[in-house]
Design a protein around this ligand. Sequence first.
Ligand code: PLP
Length: 505
Amino acid sequence: MLPTKIVAVHLNHRSRATESQVTLPAARRGLGISRDPAAEAAMSREPGIDLQDWLSRAVTAVGRWEDTFAPFDRHRSLHVSEERFGAAFEEFTQRLRANYPFFHPSYAGQMLKPPHPAAVAGYLAAMLINPNNHALDGSPATSQMEKEVVAALAAMFGFDEHLGHLTSSGTIANLEALYVARELHPGRSIAYSAEAHYTHGRMCGVLGVPGTAVEVDGSGRLDVGALAALLAGGQIGTVVATTGTTGLGAIDPVHEILAVARRYGVRVHVDAAYGGFFTLLAGRADRAGLAPAPWQAIAQCDSVVVDPHKHGLQPYGCGAVLFRDPSVGRLYKHDSPYTYFTSDELHLGEISLECSRAGAAAAALWLTFQLLPPRRGEPDGLGEVLAAGRRAALDWSELLGASDRLELYQRPELDIVCYFPAAEPRSLAEIDRVSARMLADGMNDKENPVFLSTLSVPADAFGQRHPDVAADRDRARILRSVLMKPESESYVAALHSRVEELAVR
Ligand SMILES: Cc1ncc(COP(=O)(O)O)c(C=O)c1O
């Protein structure tokens, strides 16, 4: 027996919505959201967008579309009582409180921040429909959106032609690029810098291709001299350049790598998973501007990966891979007897190693790009978000340079700042110990927490930058802060003094 009061919690929005219901209060009622002053205050921090309203409107919009189809009875197996849902939801929201405050500028640790409200509303609306961007049969609307956002990304990198798609992550996007690299240069190895993301070595293992780590220079960039010597040996088929390494945010000299690679008939893949959107700052005349040469060279490279779920304001998982030569699509050729039947147009699954992919991810990115376009020189574009984080990193590096409690590890190239305590004795062991202690003290402070991350660096790399520090161990943890929230810009002075306090404890 089902309880007498059966409430289809998730179905309210599917009851027929009339024109008059599509007012904001009604929309809120439709979602069961009552106005909560605390939530309103939190939402008002998002300039311009009232997320409560827009989430509700998203539910209403989808409900109205559903109402254009014949009514039917929802199956009772899906029904839950509001009471049970409420109890489970209460426990669920309590458990979410175990998170670190990724939204707050006092979270200055890893590459984490919530998505833009537009992405949240776009994702929610599309997720209620739940299209699968594998085939047009499962996603007529969101596959088209995906093609448009991928074209916008290709234009951002200056590709004249392209073939590409979204992926569930940077890892999968890089796997696809390396898969194509292997198919085009069978039997030849893949080279990447010693600072490249671990995924390259790992995916070489998955693909059964030998991978070679190339040494880096004193700033953590791939050493082009060492690369040239390696390529002369004739074993390498593809080189990976990283524009924005995960640890330090270093930018490999793509233009120089490309010149050397072309001399030896070697492909160039760019891992811009983290740094890719910084191309929007290339050549800018202001403080946030970046030297354009590496970014301009991406247009001539064979493939590039960028993660909208890092600097594109998207929720996980949204990566992207782009190829300059659309004919590589032939390497994905496969048969799918169950899909690809409603259209002769390109189904994204035909050029992707993954099968099911969230159409909602494409929808969220599409909506975000309508508002914050990824175009250079756009005064209200996505570039301004990155510029603020870049300025925050520069500001902090100046404060660190003047501090007697903290030291800058190296000058930031993007928005990642690495630093360490000015510990005594001046040794790697002591720097490692104090860095780890500061990380723990900062996050465990109930009154005034601050959230950092650590980066383990080899003794020789440390010594290149700070030769006066005693190398009494092989590696040391230093502190690392990714300032990817634009709010970091106005918070950086407070962050600096808080981290200085931690250093002297
Ligand atoms: C340069 C780079 N490449 C690849 C990756 C892996 O991306 P994902 O975590 O989306 O799989 C990362 C993640 O931080 C990265 O920074």
